[in-house]
Structures are given as structure tokens and as C-alpha cells.
Ligand binder design. Sequence first.
Ligand code: UD1
Ligand code: CA
Length: 457
Amino acid sequence: MELRAAVVLAAGKGTRMKSGVIKVLHSVAGMPMISWPVAAAKGAGADPIVLVIGHQANAVQGVFRGDNSILCAMQEEQLGTGHAVACALDALSGFGGTILILCGDTPLLRPETLADLLKFHDEHAAVVTVLTAVMDDPYGYGRVVRDEDGRVIRIVEQKDADPQEQNIREINSGIYCMRSDFLFENIRAIGNSNAQQEYYLTDLVSIAVQKGLACLAMSTADADEIMGINDRAQLADAARILRRRINREHMLSGVTMIDPEQTYIDFGVNIGADTVVHPNCQIGSGSVIGAGCEIEQGVSISACRIGDSCHIKAGSVLENSELHENVAVGPMAHLRPGTVLQSHVKIGNFVETKKVLMGEGSKASHLTYLGDAEIGRDVNIGCGTITCNYDGVNKHRTVIEDGVFIGSDVQLVAPVTVGRNSLVAAGTTVTVDVEPDSLAIARVPQVNKVGWRLKKK
Ligand code: UD1
Ligand code: CA
């Protein structure tokens, strides 16, 4: 296969986002915008990929830290797309093959489309191939000007187009395939005498045509795909389209969605067959959900591993937690990071957990806080139980061994251990370790003063 590299332009600020964060770092369906075209380029076999960065360069670089196929080139001043590509070429010196050029603000671009473009470029032995689309409203885009025979002759920007050119509906997507030798030889021939006094990459089209080199356009049927995001309204549109794609894939692999238009699943989530997802759920990147689960309405799941046949009831929030099979959680429970629930555990309403291991079959059915605790199997945690894990300075651990029964309204002042098979009576504040098979009870003896209320009156 021919050698392929890619250049992704991402140095601009994205003023129209009206944001302190540069455009390409805004998240779309769980990934920074820039990650989408980079993934598409990778998917089409490009290696290396050179990112042209400028504004907030460190932050953009940070997204790809540790990825050896990504190189970064600095563009200190944003003098135009042609200048941006020139900045990238140092990083590609010595490279011979095809160079894909993309913009960082096209998250809907699919790898399949880039593969088609590369194929078209190769099959036609082209020097430059531009990906274009026909749009009902081409305003703002560069237009593809063709001669009487339909051959591409140049690209004219909105701001430089005469009224006749403004009527052209075929637009430049900003995505190109170019032969590297052509690019190296001609990138510095681009001038900046235009309406914006910028170095336009698009001028390479007329340069190639003037030299009699094969310069072609491939038109894509799906204009959505090349949509460039410039403002937050377009960001929301793109996110909606990506979510539809993601949801469709899950549905085709056996997941039921009650209302896919109101189901918010990020990129990179795995869900098993016969799992049912109700509306208004939010499932973050990297989560894995097993088969045959039910995720009720309004559940939020981030970075969790959930086994088969679990039932997550309405309004629950699960963060960085691990659930084995047949676990029930909620409604309105909060599993905070470090929660591990083994099979058949039941967590009921208004229960909060953090850094807790709960053994098989254990239950905390109502109104409870469990933090920094190790709980064995078949333990019953009564309503209103609190692990008092924080003394104002340090966190301490509570250990509750197998088969323990904790009555309602119990406080466990950590560090403390309740031994296997013991019973802690309702209302007890446990401050010392409880030996196995014991009863722990700490209550002020009750006094009934008969007739007391009558005397008061
Ligand atoms: C560009 C094309 C236009 C095309 C449109 C598609 C040019 C001259 N015009 O216009 O024909 O229809 O894309 O969306 O190429 N960038 C840099 N450094 C710069 C300038 C831009 O890195 O100096 C980056 C931006 O961050 C952005 C991309 O290049 O990711 C495109 O730049 P933008 O200013 O959005 O170009 P358009 O005006 O949209
Ligand atoms: Ca743009």
C-alpha cells in the first residue's frame, strides 16, 4: 500500500464559539472535537498525523500525549490555511507518498469517506483531489469553480467570490489528498493577495491546474459529514448527528432504546445485547455494560464496569464503579468512585457509597452512607446506617465481616471492625471492635415517666 500521512489544521482559536476554550477542544459525544478527524485519519491508515497547533497548544497536545503516531507543528501566527500546512511540512520532510489534509473542526467526517477519497485519488492518478459537496446553502464556504467541460479550475472563498461565483453550490470541504512532492514544491508559491490577506491553501488548486497537473474533485453525497463547526449551534447539531450514529450501532447490536433521540451515549461505550436503556440516560466514554441489564430513566453512568443482568433504577448516579452480575441499584442512589459491588448486591434508594467493597448478596436498602468500608458477603445494612469515616483530619476504614446484621440507625465510628456473624442493635453507635458471633448494643436505657404530660398541663 502507498504511504499515507495526514495534516490536521487546528491552530485557530474559533472566535465564533465565544469561549475561553479553543474550538477544537470542545467535547462532542464524549471526545474533544479534534479527536474525531484524527480518528478518521487513523482509520483511513494515515501515519504519521501532523497536528498544526497554535492557540492553547499545550492543551491540544495533551489530548494526544503518549500517542506516537501524532506529531505536532507550531503555527505561532495564524496567517491562513496555506501557511498552516507549510508549518506542518517540516515534520514530514523526507516523506514520500500521499498527504491527507483535514480541518480539526469536522467531527462528522468518517474514516470510510477518507478511504474513498484516497481510493479515488489513487485510481485517477491525481496530484490534488478535493473533497466537495453540493449544498442548498453554500454561504461561507469556498466554492468550486469549474470550466465549461466540468474540470475544476480553482476554489474561490466566500469573501472573494463575485455574484456569479456566489451562486455555485458545490463547496470545498477543506479536506484534500495531495501528492507530497507537489505539496513540498508548491506550498511556498501561495500568496496572500486576497480579501483576507491570508495564505489560502485552496490556491494550490489553481497552481496545479496552471501546471497542467491532474486536479480533481470528489463529491460526497452526505453533506452533513463535512460540516465544519464554527459556533455552538453547529456544535449541538453535530453532537446530535454523532449520537444518532452511536445509538444506531448499539441498537443494531441488540440494545433496546425506548427513545434513542433522548439517549446520550458517548463514544467508546460497550453495551451487551438485550440491555434496555430508558430515556434521558447519560453514559460516559469508557463504560462497559453487560447483557440483559435495565438502565432506567435519568441514570448517569461514567467510567463504570457493569456486569450482566444488573438493574439500575431511575435517577441513580454511578461514577468509576464496578458492579458484578445481578446487582440492583437505586432509585436515586449515588455510587461514587471506588465502589465495587459483587453479584446479587442490592443498593436501595438514597444510599451513597464511596471506596466500598460489598460482598456477594449483601444489602443496603435505604438511606445510608458507606465510605471507606470493606463489607463481606450476606451482610444486611439497616436503614440510616452511617460509616463515620472522617475525623476532620484523616479517613478511616470500617470492616464488616460476612453474615453481619446491622440494625437501623447505626453509626460505625471508624476505624472499627464488626466480626463475622454479629448483630449490631438498632440505634447503636459502634466505637469499639465487635467480636464474631456477638450482639453489640449501645443505647441509653429508656425511661417512661407515666403521666408526665398531664402534670405539665
Ligand atoms: C476553509 C477553506 C474553505 C472551505 C472551508 C471548509 C481556505 C482558505 N478556505 O475556510 O474553502 O470551504 O474551510 O470548512 O482554506 N487554521 C489554522 N491556521 C490558520 C488558519 C486556519 O490552523 O492560519 C485552521 C483552523 O483552526 C481550522 C481550519 O484551519 O481548523 C480551517 O480554518 P477556517 O478559518 O475555519 O477556514 P474557513 O474560513 O472555514
Ligand atoms: Ca471553518
